[in-house]
Design a protein around this ligand. Structure first.
Ligand SMILES: Cc1ncc(C[n+]2csc(CCOP(=O)(O)OP(=O)(O)O)c2C)c(N)n1
Length: 543
């Protein structure tokens, strides 16, 4: 067998069902071997699209998403999506072709040292130097990508090795189980929680990765502790749950932040610092932090841990809940009620261009609770994070570690491929849309029905928001858009333009019922941004 065939066998052995990528000269043998494999190869229109697809596929399937590119420029195009996956702890394995090993030591056409380029944005970056190591390299990449904290791994595969004969076989695919939390840590955490006057829970994306959302909701319910979630943990507690406080990570003094001000004990569960910097919710550095996670806490001057409970998150929560005394009352209920009032206020608002709150209201109304939204990065993300109610995890995916624009359209392709039975919407700004809109063709070719909802403000809205808040004038953020309806039609998709606030909901319903790709151009009124800033605090800290 050739090494490229062995590589494909190893990928099959890891349970890989789909690879996203673009074939290249240096991956000829791999792409040819894939023809005889059960693995589906999804040809994308940009390697960045392929990497974002693998990133989101990993988030929603809990298995490493896989992407493939050629050497040099193909591989550097993968980089942003790989970095996004790694910083957001999405399991991903990226494979790139490489030149013949006989020309790697010198200046040579398209040759870059990919192993070193990818090292800072992965957990493991490796170059295959002999065909015999293929099973070990693949097993190690998948093991690390899929073991907490999950993330990205990279493999560089020189073309001359790919065609060498090899006599080897895949290694058994197995994942380590997480340890049980230490009993004394559980007891100490339970004691601190029992003695707390106003404890609050901060749930992060690690709860989703650990599939521990039921245990989290049960913990909050049994101990009567309110829960705020990061953007990347939307849905970990159903919003209808009376203890749910909504998403944090928006502005200096948003409602939930006020809740943090009052808390004396903050129980952080599956929370990573990249999701929401602790200086934003713990500037006073004087509260007791209980850290419940799969790994010890990152060091930060605003995140000094009182008690760390490290191990399987679901088990840790159950064991603490068994020992702790429940709280009385729900002092933060008015905060929840104020948030709900805010969410409900604009449901019948007929202003045009549409207010962000109205767009979100109509989107939530049109979607079922299992349907999935992949959100891009920009002002729309901050509104979606704050106002879009989720009842289930992974139903509103937000990249908030690396926070890269351009994830929504390719991400939606991957989500639909993983969950054909659920409706999928990409929510994106006009700028983020244009960064990876070429993947509309991929969705159409794969017959994946999608809705792309563009919040059209003719500019880099979030940056304009910050510029206005800081300097009172805008700089270099305005641009012209193509006619998005004609743009959609040029691909063979369906385009819609919202011309009145009353049109959005019927257009959304029509688009969601269609079996093609539907692109909705929805004008948005971002003057609401500064009103929100005035209300919730002057600085937007996180993009
Ligand atoms: C790849 C990338 N480039 C730049 C940024 C910085 N950035 C964050 S939001 C934003 C503007 C986004 O504009 P748009 O997609 O139209 O969304 P809007 O803010 O208007 O809702 C920029 C430039 C980023 N996060 N990612």
């Amino acid at each position: 067998m050739k090494a490229a065939e062995l590589l494909v066998k190893c990928l099959e052995n890891e349970g890989v069902e789909v690879i996203f990528g673009i074939p290249g000269e240096e991956t000829l043998a791999i792409n040819d071997a894939l023809l005889d494999s059960s693995i589906q190869f999804v040809t994308t229109r940009h390697e960045q699209g392929a990497a974002f697809m693998a990133d989101v596929y990993g988030r929603v399937t809990w298995r490493a998403g896989v992407c493939l590119s050629t050497l040099g420029p193909g591989a550097t195009n993968l980089l942003t999506g790989v970095a996004d996956a790694n910083m957001d702890h999405a399991p991903l394995v990226a494979i790139a072709g490489q030149a013949d090993t006989n020309r790697l030591h010198k200046e040579s056409h398209q040759v870059l040292d990919l192993q070193h380029i990818f090292a800072p944005v992965t957990k493991y970056s490796s170059r295959v130097l002999t065909p015999n190591v293929v099973p070990e390299v693949i097993r190690k990449a998948f093991k690390l990508a899929q073991t907490e904290k999950t993330g990205a791994c990279f493999i560089e595969f020189p073309e001359n090795l790919a065609t060498m004969e090899v006599d080897s076989a895949p290694l058994r695919a197995q994942q380590p189980t997480l340890p049980e939390p230490a009993e004394d840590r559980v007891a100490a955490a339970a004691a601190v929680i029992s003695q707390a006057r106003h404890p609050i829970l901060l749930a992060g994306n690690g709860v989703i990765r650990a599939r521990a959302w039921r245990q989290l909701a049960d913990f909050a319910h049994r101990l009567n502790i309110p829960v705020a979630n990061t953007f990347m943990a939307k849905g970990v507690v159903p919003f209808k749950h009376p203890m749910a406080l909504g998403s944090v990570g928006l502005q200096a003094h948003d409602y939930v932040n006020t809740g943090f001000d009052r808390a004396d004990v903050i129980v952080c569960v599956g929370y990573d610092l990249v999701e929401y910097h602790p200086r934003l919710w713990h500037p006073t550095r004087d509260r007791k932090i209980i850290h419940v996670d799969t790994a010890p806490a990152e060091v930060d001057s605003c995140y000094t841990v009182e008690i760390g409970v490290v191990g399987d998150i679901g088990h840790s929560l159950n064991q603490i809940a068994d020992r702790a005394q429940p709280q009385q009352g729900h002092p933060l209920r008015p905060l929840r009620e104020a948030l709900i009032e805010d969410m409900d206020r604009h449901q019948a608002d007929m202003a045009f261009p549409l207010k962000p709150q109205k767009i979100i209201w109509d989107l939530r109304t049109a979607l079922d609770k299992e349907d999935m939204v992949i959100c891009d990065v920009g002002a729309h993300k901050l509104w979606m994070a704050r106002m879009f109610r989720c009842e289930l995890p992974n139903t509103c995916l937000i990249s908030n570690g690396f926070a890269s624009m351009g994830i929504a359209v390719p991400g939606a392709v991957a989500a639909k491929l993983a969950y054909p039975g659920r409706r999928v919407v990409a929510v994106t700004g006009d700028a983020g849309f244009m960064m990876n809109s070429q993947e509309i063709e991929t969705a159409l070719r794969l017959h994946l029905p999608l809705v792309i909802l563009i919040w059209n403000d003719g500019g880099y809205g979030l940056i304009e928001w910050k510029q206005m808040a800081h300097y009172g004038r805008i700089a270099h953020v305005r641009f012209n858009n193509p006619d998005f309806v004609k743009y959609a039609e040029a691909f063979g998709a369906t385009g819609h333009r919202v011309g009145h606030a009353s049109e959005l909901l019927p257009i959304l319903r029509q688009a969601l019922a269609d079996d093609g790709v539907n692109i909705i151009d929805c004008p948005v009124d971002y003057s609401e941004n500064l009103k929100l800033t005035a209300k919730l605090g002057e600085t937007i800290f996180q993009l």
